[in-house]
Design a protein around this ligand. Structure first.
Ligand code: HC0
Ligand code: SF4
Length: 577
């Protein structure tokens, strides 16, 4: 089939929209509400208006390109004076009830709205409707994600991602006209099915959805001479952060982050990867016990949005979750006990700050069970976006910084196994490397377990652990749609897995709900970031968690053994149904 765009004859396939055909052929049509990666094209913002004419005799019509199917013989014009004027007017209406105080917007500098407004040639905004804004209180709550209706353009991407990609369906539209917006079903995080994964934040084109900003709290810690500040960075942070400062996707900026943290006055800098190695020792031992008892399956427990999902949506499976705390929580717990003891620091004067690619980690850190005597083990969690804001507030450009290295002798070494936690399949692969050693008394010959390295949202594989267990059956899920299918199949007894890894965000932590935002970013960037993590694994001296010399020392000096009484107190948890 053939059609014409701006007079040029173009072939197209059935089911393609005008926008699809234009994009395929390099013709620019501005879009705002549409998001190709999640198959969302509601046609509500109307900035993709084009002129169409079927045959020579009919009057031209004006339609939205994102949701209008291309038709045989259709003549499409993307830039007539009428089209340009209509787009400008549409944009003016969108801006009229949008809060335009960019200086106070969490998205300043990289929102999608301003470039589109500019690209349609917006010259003025003659109208301002602010009805209902007077009720919008600044958010003083504790929830990880905040919503500002005055910045919402009602594109409904957040509603779509939560419903279609995560299959959680926690959001709905509410109100009319200029007071319309999005709300959590039930009115609050607790009352709704929301699991704080942050995928809605990732797709929001403006500053309407954002994490609760905690950069002030961290600056206050840094300014207090009585306080020892301890920072940790998650596995995925080092491969997703450089982009914010103009470096190519997937650049490893671990050394620059360490140097930047020193520059702002961090006292101790640790790596969450170290704690990931500890998690493998604990979770691996726990899994081995389950394999011996033929208790199937065991689900991983390090992704906090997955824990929220299990607690809210499938409380009956909680006994199947590993009791091992996440690496973030393990590091916080050990910092305020083991490290405080080793370095002679009063834990009451220690503040642990995590840099995470995740919004749900804020909620995890606030769980009462992950603290001691009412004091949290991790005091503040900054998303990658907040960390970028923090560095900017301190006048730091990461590109200008010379990389540095860790110097803490207790909790900063990591192995390749800890490094790959940040991508889907990484926890499973790390666990298999150590389990093989524990069972057979020798190292796995090929540490890169290729059958675990695919990228489909649900994957299954067999891993040969040797010894008495032979092959075990595993499943790996990223994104909650596929996870729900696997959980349902487990509940119905239709599948028989030994070990199931779940990461709530599509792509795993490398594309987590706390990473940098851009319309082009959705999944393709995750692939490049994960490749860098695999390279980090190849470059580490040891590639198995049990060969981490600081982990060996931790057990020898302090914990005694994996799953010991002390380990149980400090490194395991329970869940609430
Ligand atoms: Fe992840 Fe983690 S790997 S959840 O994806 O296990 O956020 O990067 O920090 O805790 O280590 C996120 C990333 C972590 C934890 C680790 C796990
Ligand atoms: Fe849905 Fe996740 Fe956003 Fe909650 S945080 S509304 S579950 S997308």
């Amino acid at each position: 089939m053939k059609a014409y765009i701006n007079g040029k004859e173009l072939a197209f396939e059935p089911n393609e929209t005008i926008l699809d055909v234009a994009r395929k052929n390099g013709v620019y049509i501005p879009t705002l509400c549409e998001l190709h990666d999640i198959d969302h094209a509601p046609g509500t913002c109307r900035v993709c208006l084009v002129e169409v004419q079927q045959g020579d005799s009919t009057e031209p019509q004006y339609v939205t390109a994102c949701d209008t199917p291309m038709a045989d013989g259709l003549k499409v014009q993307t830039r007539t004076p009428q089209v340009m004027e209509m787009r400008r007017l549409q944009m003016e209406m969108t801006m009229a009830d949008h809060h335009q105080d960019c200086a106070s917007c969490p998205r300043v500098g990289n929102c999608e709205l301003l470039p589109v407004a500019n690209s349609v040639g917006l010259k003025q905004v003659r109208f301002h409707y602010t009805q209902g804004w007077e009720d919008l209180e600044p958010d003083h709550g504790k929830q990880p994600i905040v919503y500002d209706r005055s910045r919402c353009i009602r594109c409904q991407r957040c509603v779509a991602v939560c419903r279609k990609v995560q299959n959680v369906d926690a959001l709905e539209m509410t109100g009319w006209g200029s007071t319309a917006g999005v709300r959590l079903k039930g009115g609050s995080v607790d009352a709704s099915p929301c699991i704080t994964c942050g995928q809605c934040v990732m797709v929001c084109p403006t500053g309407a959805l954002a994490e609760r900003d905690q950069t002030d709290e961290v600056l206050n810690f840094l300014a207090d001479p009585e306080i020892t500040t301890v920072f940790q960075m998650a596995p995925a942070v080092r491969v997703g952060f450089g982009e914010e400062f103009g470096m190519p996707t997937g650049t490893n900026v671990e050394g620059q982050i360490i140097a930047a943290l020193r520059k702002i006055g961090a006292d101790i800098i640790l790596d969450t990867n170290f704690a990931a190695d500890v998690v493998i020792m604990e979770e691996g031992t726990e899994l081995l016990g389950h394999l011996k008892e033929k208790k199937r399956p065991t689900f991983t427990s390090c992704c906090p949005a997955w824990i929220n999902f299990a607690e809210k949506h499938y409380p009956e499976i909680l006994p199947m979750l590993s009791s091992t705390r996440s690496p973030q929580a393990v590091l916080g717990s050990l910092a305020k006990t083991y490290l405080a003891e080793k370095r002679n620091i009063d834990p009451k004067k220690m503040r642990v700050v995590s840099i995470m690619p995740c919004t749900a980690k804020k909620e995890e850190a606030a769980r009462p069970v992950l603290g001691k005597n009412g004091v949290p083990d991790v005091d503040v969690v900054l998303t990658v976006r907040e960390f970028a804001r923090l560095l900017r507030r301190e006048g730091i450009d990461l590109k200008e910084i010379q990389p540095s290295a860790y110097d803490d002798p207790h909790m900063s070494e990591y192995t390749g196994a800890g490094a790959i936690f940040g991508t889907t399949g990484g926890v499973m692969e790390a666990a298999a490397r150590t389990l093989y050693y524990v069972i057979n008394g020798k190292e796995l010959e090929h540490v890169e377990i290729s059958q675990l390295r695919g990228f489909d949202n649900v994957r299954t594989a067999n891993i040969n652990l040797g010894g008495e267990f032979g092959e075990i059956k595993v499943a790996l899920c990223h994104g909650l749609k596929g996870t729900r299918d696997i959980v349902e199949a487990v509940k119905a007894g239709k599948v028989d897995f030994d070990f199931i890894e779940v990461m709530a965000c599509p792509g795993g932590c490398v594309d987590g709900g706390g990473t940098l935002r851009s319309k082009k970013a959705y999944i393709p960037l995750a692939m490049k970031r994960r490749e860098t993590l695999f390279n980090v694994d190849r470059q580490t001296k040891a590639r198995q968690s049990h060969n981490n010399t600081q982990v060996q020392k931790l057990y020898a000096d302090y914990l005694e053994a994996p799953y010991s009484h002390k380990s149980h107190d400090l490194l395991h948890t329970e869940y609430c149904s």
